[in-house]
Design a protein around this ligand. Structure first.
Ligand SMILES: [Zn+2]
Length: 156
């Protein structure tokens, strides 16, 4: 199996292109950079080729990365179907926990303060939620269907 973006075969794993249930194959280097948000422009020269992929998921991910890299010249050249473009634009804002760690879908977080929740329940400080979703509410994440402000959680 090789990386859909750069063609490397180094620890290639499937990577979900949110919010759809479609995957691309990513090598360790591409995956680490995408997850940390620190994109190395040199490494991602590979997107010059990946942008012509026939796979929707690869095109969508490539489009998002090129946008992050400020390569409007290249995104303008890409041909995305209407639904692919909607998908590419559907990525929510980046969210960060109370100490500035970037949050991803599937992260485990700990609540750092006693919180009152609608309905009169409370969440005790120190409660850990597994497999959070970023959701689409600005400044909040979704933990077991409860919206929690990102300033009250810490990635664990
Ligand atoms: Zn790669």
């Amino acid at each position: 199996m090789i990386c859909d973006l750069c063609g490397s075969n180094k620890n290639v794993t499937a990577f979900k292109v949110e919010p759809k249930d479609e995957y691309v194959n990513l090598c360790e280097d591409c995956k680490n950079q995408i997850e940390s948000g620190n994109l190395d422009e040199n490494h991602f020269q590979c997107l010059n080729d990946a942008m012509w992929s026939e796979k929707s998921a690869v095109k969508v991910l490539t489009y998002r990365l090129l946008k992050k890299l400020g390569r409007v010249d290249l995104t303008d050249m890409m041909y995305l179907e209407e639904d692919e473009l909607a998908w590419a634009e559907e990525e929510g804002e980046e969210k960060f926990d109370s100490v500035g760690n970037k949050l991803n879908n599937g992260d485990n977080v700990m609540v750092i303060k006693d919180l009152n929740v609608k309905g009169g329940n409370s969440i005790k400080r120190g409660t850990v939620f597994k497999n959070i979703r970023l959701g689409d509410t600005p400044g909040h994440i979704l933990a077991k269907n409860i919206y929690i402000k990102t300033e009250f959680i810490k990635k664990v």
